[in-house]
Design a protein around this ligand. Structure first.
Ligand code: GUN
Length: 279
């Protein structure tokens, strides 16, 4: 039986650590506050934002909620961000993506103060990450590193293969694995012989965005598999980018969907908020 990489348990651990830090700050008269901005009516985004607000409640972080109509202009959104940048009470600003197509996401990311960029998407923070300097790390890849470390998976010297090159997951994931001294390969839609490359992996991170795409033909016996995907199947159940039932008998450890990477993203967001307030 493969070890189950338990994101539910580990994310609860991290949220409890944050809760204790927030409580200690409160005892010194310091509060922690996250501003959450949602533009439009995307149902999945609403669920994610709701979960982020719940995690704030649990950890004692105050959340300010801005639910703006889909017609909100870029100028209005940038105006709100500037206001929140200037508000000393606000430690973190989170704009939920995707944004409506008439708003330039890059402009929005660049407008958030790097000191309040708890998503870790601002170029100052991505640059710091690349250079190995202090800064906010993007929550999903940072959460995956925590999952591996707290599941006693050694990264140093391992063949790590990341499938996907998005700015939110694939690219930063590869940088963080490199920082942990992994030997890293990034694959993407133009990669030749994806199966052969994946079969080299001691640690395989799947962020493809296609349900159950990775089956046992992509897996080296005994590998560790991290599944970043989340998809709703026709029967209403959730699945990942990995065909869990087919892959599990061949691996030493695997993260499930749900209960793997998903809850880690939110736990790391809470950690970034606490870090911001302590800075
Ligand atoms: N949309 C999908 N993932 C994320 C994330 O990590 N942060 C934000 N702000 N939006 C997202």
């Amino acid at each position: 039986m493969a070890q189950l990489i338990d994101g539910k348990r580990i994310s609860a651990e991290i949220k409890d650590e944050v809760k204790a830090r927030v409580s200690a700050m409160k005892a010194e008269g310091k509060s922690v506050c996250l501003a959450v901005i949602l533009v439009g009516e995307d149902p999945a985004s609403k669920v994610y934002v709701g979960n982020k607000k719940k995690a704030c409640e649990y950890t004692g972080i105050e959340s300010l909620s801005y639910e703006l109509p889909a017609e909100t202009t870029e100028e209005e959104l940038l105006g709100l961000i500037h206001k929140l940048n200037a508000d000393d009470k606000v430690n973190g600003i989170l704009v939920q993506f995707p944004l409506p197509i008439h708003i330039d996401a890059k402009k929005v990311i660049n407008a958030i103060s790097p000191l309040k960029d708890v998503d870790g998407f601002h170029p100052v923070n991505t640059g710091a990450m690349l250079n190995g300097d202090a800064g906010f790390l993007p929550c999903t890849p940072a959460g995956i590193i925590e999952l591996l470390k707290r599941s006693d998976v050694d990264i140093e010297g391992k063949e790590c293969v990341v499938i996907g090159r998005s700015n939110i997951v694939g690219k930063p994931m590869s940088v963080l694995l490199l920082r942990e001294n992994g030997t890293v390969t990034i694959t993407h839609s133009r990669t030749k012989d994806l199966k052969e490359v994946c079969k080299r992996a001691d640690i395989l991170v799947a962020a493809i965005g296609r349900p159950k795409f990775i089956n046992s033909e992509y897996i080296k016996e005994g590998a560790v598999v991290i599944d970043v995907g989340i998809h709703r199947m026709e029967n209403g159940k959730l699945c990942g980018d990995v065909d869990f039932d087919d892959v599990e008998p061949h691996v030493s450890a695997i993260s499930p969907v749900p209960g793997g990477v998903g809850p880690m993203t939110i736990a790391m967001l809470m950690k970034n908020c606490a870090d911001s307030a302590e800075m």
